[in-house]
Design a protein around this ligand. Structure first.
Ligand code: ZN
Length: 442
């Protein structure tokens, strides 16, 4: 199996490369990175002129829903959506039914990933047993079984003492605790960003302070324990500032932002006119934490650009139509994000808010650094490394059609919008796992 990718713009942040070159993959690894390579005659040649060629994207936060919610998503459909989005490695959140809180469940997920996954899956295990926030899991055993990180995502680890113990044990393991920061006493059943818009729509607000209170607590605990704290889906200007100051003090904290918190605001909560009648709300824009204000979006983008936010993670949260076809209050939280991530994020590059190499860094080397496992996530095109490669056209325009998603989750507030930039080819360990039929690349 030999593939030669010709004349692409090679961006490899790990090696500090951004230049036009050929990339040769053979037998599952990167074999060479230069012009003028002598490749065997049966080599598939891909013309990548005008395209970006980079290490495969890594998503450290997605919900594959299996086991337990196969009507929302499965390992097969979720990883097919990942491949289409250019992701070659995804970390699966453990809020399945039952949750991933035992060695047996980690093994079950790894078996399914092996047999049904189109891209690599790295399991995240629960911080607490049953995700009920009362007693820690056996983190050491779970890490030995293959859990790459720990999270009760969907819910926060609310108990201060438990969070402190978890960070202590994570420090010994070197595996991060990814916390969903939400003080439930403050968010108190809120369904969208607190503010004027929520008031005018008559919806209950989920204020920035509910996130920032827990971010501040977690940073204090990380500072006390030295624990590797990772903050999931940072959404407010205040959180970015807290992380910035913590990093300046040398606290062991990393943070992620989602494509939706980087590109769209709470205004998406207000529905567009559909089929001639006006609905008040778009439940597809209901997400946790909620979409925020333009000022928050600008601050999160600045944080991403200057490295306060280490990486982008999709928080891909697929739901059935029934889960969203209800009142705003009753609708499920979450956006199906794997297939629109790159197109959304490129708007930051086209708009001059982020440069292309930084965007690629935050999708590859950035998440790899958070996971701290170069053996599992090399995220580079260095010769000899695993051939996980993404090729994308930064300029191709396309209209989002949720019905054409390969994910079972059609829940996106971007349905019908035009995005500029799309994934053309995704390669996992030297095998092409996704290829855009509309773009002929040889
Ligand atoms: Zn979450």
């Amino acid at each position: 199996m030999s593939i030669l990718i010709k004349s692409g713009r090679i961006i490899d942040p790990h090696q500090g490369l951004d230049f036009i070159s050929d990339l040769w993959l053979q037998d599952g690894v990167v074999n060479g990175l230069s012009k003028h390579m002598d490749v065997p005659p049966q080599t598939r040649v891909i013309d990548a002129e005008g395209l970006v060629v980079c290490p495969g994207f890594i998503d450290i936060h997605c919900h594959l829903r299996e086991p337990g919610d196969e009507d929302k998503e499965t390992i097969a459909t979720g990883t097919a959506a990942a491949a289409r989005g250019g992701f070659t490695t995804v970390c699966a959140m453990p809020n399945t039914r039952p949750p991933i809180d035992s060695v047996d469940m980690v093994n079950l997920l790894l078996d399914k990933a092996q047999n049904e996954g189109m891209v690599r899956i790295l399991p995240i295990a629960c911080v607490t047993q049953g995700r009920d926030g009362k007693a820690l899991t056996n983190m050491e055993e779970l890490a030995r079984a293959g859990a790459i990180a720990f999270s009760d995502d969907g819910s926060p680890v609310s108990d201060d003492g438990l969070m402190q113990q978890a960070l202590n044990r994570a420090a010994a393991l070197g595996s991060p605790i990814s916390n969903h920061c939400e003080d439930l006493g403050i968010s108190n059943g809120g369904v969208m960003n607190e503010g004027e818009l929520a008031t005018s729509l008559g919806l209950k607000g989920w204020p920035a302070s509910a996130e920032e209170t827990m971010v501040a607590r977690d940073i204090a605990l990380a500072e006390a324990t030295g624990g590797p704290l990772h903050l999931a889906h940072v959404s407010t200007a205040g959180s970015v500032e807290l992380v910035r100051r913590a990093k300046e003090r040398g606290v062991s904290v990393t943070a992620e932002a989602t494509p939706h918190h980087l590109t769209i605001t709470e205004i998406c909560t207000k529905a567009k006119t559909k089929q001639g009648y006006q609905r008040l709300y778009d439940t597809n824009a209901k997400v946790n934490p909620p979409l925020r204000t333009q000022q928050d979006v600008d601050a999160v983008v600045r944080g991403l650009a200057d490295g306060v936010i280490d990486c982008i993670a999709t928080d891909h949260a697929p739901h059935t139509r029934a889960d969203k076809d209800s009142t705003f209050e009753e609708a499920a939280f979450g956006i199906s994000g794997l297939e629109t991530a790159l197109g959304s994020l490129l708007s930051l590059v086209h708009g001059g808010h982020l440069d292309m190499t930084t965007l690629v860094e935050r999708l590859t080397t950035g998440p790899a650094r958070v996971l701290n496992r170069p053996d599992l996530c090399p995220a580079t095109l260095q010769p000899g490394s695993r051939a996980d490669v993404t090729i994308f056209d930064p300029n191709a325009e396309w209209v989002v059609d949720a019905n054409s998603f390969v994910s079972k989750g059609k829940n996106t507030p971007l349905d019908g919008t035009t995005l500029r930039g799309r994934v053309v080819l995704t390669i996992v360990a030297g095998n092409v796992v996704y290829e855009d039929e509309a773009v002929k690349v040889g």
